[in-house]
Write a protein that binds this ligand. Structure first.
Ligand SMILES: [Zn+2]
Length: 92
């Protein structure tokens, strides 16, 4: 008996994870100072500007994180926007 692989195309969609927003963080490029994560980008910006005022450090790594998920519709094809196809592989 030999193993078989089957390739098939599956419609899927990538969307923002429900209940999860975007978070913002900042890290100083000159010391160990960090801000966040926070859902308020302005609050993180204010924190790093305050750090600049105290330390003179002006370089930061700004990180924005978005949580997403992929799902496959069970009730038929999508409209044309946001539609993707990919090949999935399952072994028999
Ligand atoms: Zn610093």
């Amino acid at each position: 008996m030999s193993a078989k692989s089957i390739f098939r195309h599956t419609l899927h969609k990538i969307e923002q994870h429900p209940g999860a927003g975007v978070t913002f963080e900042a890290e100083c490029l000159w010391c160990e100072w960090k801000a966040g994560p926070s859902t308020g980008g302005a609050a993180v910006d204010f924190a790093w500007m305050s750090h600049t005022g105290r330390s003179g450090h002006s370089g930061f790594r700004r990180v924005c994180t978005s949580f997403a998920m992929v799902y496959v519709p069970s009730g038929g094809p999508y409209g044309s926007s946001g539609q993707r196809t990919c090949r999935t592989r399952s072994a028999r």
